[in-house]
Write a protein that binds this ligand. Sequence first.
Ligand SMILES: [Cu+2]
Length: 165
Amino acid sequence: MTATRCTASDARSSRAAAPEARVMTDRTRTSLTRAARRAATFLAAALAASALLGCGGGGSALGLELPPASLDQASPRLSAAGLAYDTTELAAPANEAFVIVFENREAVSHNVSIYADDGLRDRRFEGVLFGGPATRWYPVPALAPGTYIFVCDLHPAMRGTLTAS
Ligand SMILES: [Cu+2]
């Protein structure tokens, strides 16, 4: 609702500036820039909100605040405390999406992301960062059979091996 109101008022100010400025003046340029910046801010906020809810924002961090309705009891689980995960080994099914249940037991922000390589360049999943105590359910897309690195993006020493098979 706020977004709609803002867009409308931006459109009005652009129209008002137009007659006096067939040629781009600094003033129109400023108002267009401001409108674009405002639109970008709204888009970013919307993406952040949807990412937190885990309902979109392809390529950005994901994490559900509630367990999915059909949570597999065999879902990989881990927790964090004292700047460390409680395990360095996770197992997951290959070739099918799965959920990682991650409990952060401390106030420091942590996440769980998954990479295909030791150098952490080939990211396959980015978990949303959050401070605890709290739990997030990470919806991980299907992975080909193999071994992957799971790691906290803020604390690279927190890492382990995830085996998809
Ligand atoms: Cu961390």
